[in-house]
Design a protein around this ligand. Sequence first.
Ligand code: C5P
Length: 431
Amino acid sequence: MAALADHPGIVFDAASVKESVIEAVRSTLGRVPPRFVPAHPIAGRETSGPGAADARLFESHQVVLTPVPETDARALTAVTQLWEGVGARVSVMSAAAHDEMLAVTSHLPHLVAFAYLQTVTPEHMRHAAGGFRDFSRIAASDPAMWAPIFTQNGRAVLAALDDLEQELNRLRALIAAGKREDLVQLIEESRRRRRAFGKPSVNEAVAVSPAPVIAIDGPSGSGKGTVAAAVAERLGWRLLDSGALYRVVADAALRRGVALDDAAALALLATDIEIRFAGEAVMVDGVDRALAIRTEDVSAAASKVAALEPVRAAMLDLQRAQRLFPGLVADGRDMGTVVFPDAALKVFLDASLEARAERRYIQLKNKGLAVSVSDLLATLEERDRRDRGRAVAPLRPAEDAVLIDSTALTVDAVVARVLEAARVRGIVTRT
Ligand code: C5P
């Protein structure tokens, strides 16, 4: 870690214990570098070394990331993408929660297996069968790995061991007293728990909850873009400006002379161009089009191409791929209704037509683009009509959306309301 302290790249580890790793980094460097992402891939075998390598080892396995407050959101996103890229399912929790969890699900079973093998002789093993094989497999694990895990996660392992000792004593007492009925009950309960393991309902709910989404929808000029960016910044979450995607397609269509009602050609175009957001820049096939896509011509064209179902379908995966930890703030027209129907918070932001036209005017003027307020009123109204009236993904509030009218509110006031709504729902703890 000392050698990597000033390395510009992202660093992550793969250790089975997280608090002690973070502590070691902090005491070695005097700080936790923002680009260090504590990680634990929960996949492995009792074998080790290059000869035991398996390219598909991480597929469908869990990887837990335990960021600290200093961790850079983009570094966390990059490491999430890397693990998802080899097929793993990523979840994020605190280092303390991870260590307690793993003490119970992994460290204790290994400890018990090692202890048990101390009671087994070669003579016993000659007569051993399936029960022995299943229970003792992990006792063949590498001591160089396991001894440090037990000591570095000592507190949590000892707490788990206390619980197990209690259970063993309970079983001992039942056996000594010949309480067969009670034993049946206890075993029945354990059997029920073990059978639930691996069932999608258990594993999906606990392990693979996807990154949280805050969806902010509303008409043009309602302030959703500004609000979404501010909320993402405050939370350290990713931002998806979905309108920019339709603008990029419209812009490309105008440049390449593709008719704005040729659904098939536009859908092809949408999948053909490479779109990448890099801070303020909107890179289209390697060229920044951030400013070019904000003109009124492109605005009008965007709402036309966005009404076509094949174009929207082509954009769906691209939008959902942005859903990465620690979370995504997505703004648009159908974020809460179509793209992220399971968003943890849905906001529908509205404002009077006059207020929206005025805001757009100021926004465009600041970007050096010349327009008149009366023209803007007319085109905004026209775009709204098209966005609300179209057959696919029309602009409308999701049933469970929080409605905010921003006509008389400052940006800060709207941001505060959104963050408060997120806090009330338990999506974020600190705002
Ligand atoms: O939000 P923005 O004004 O940049 O969006 C441009 C156009 O893209 C909108 O008028 C709308 O027709 C379309 N759009 C959409 N669905 C979204 C975002 C934008 O149809 N989620």
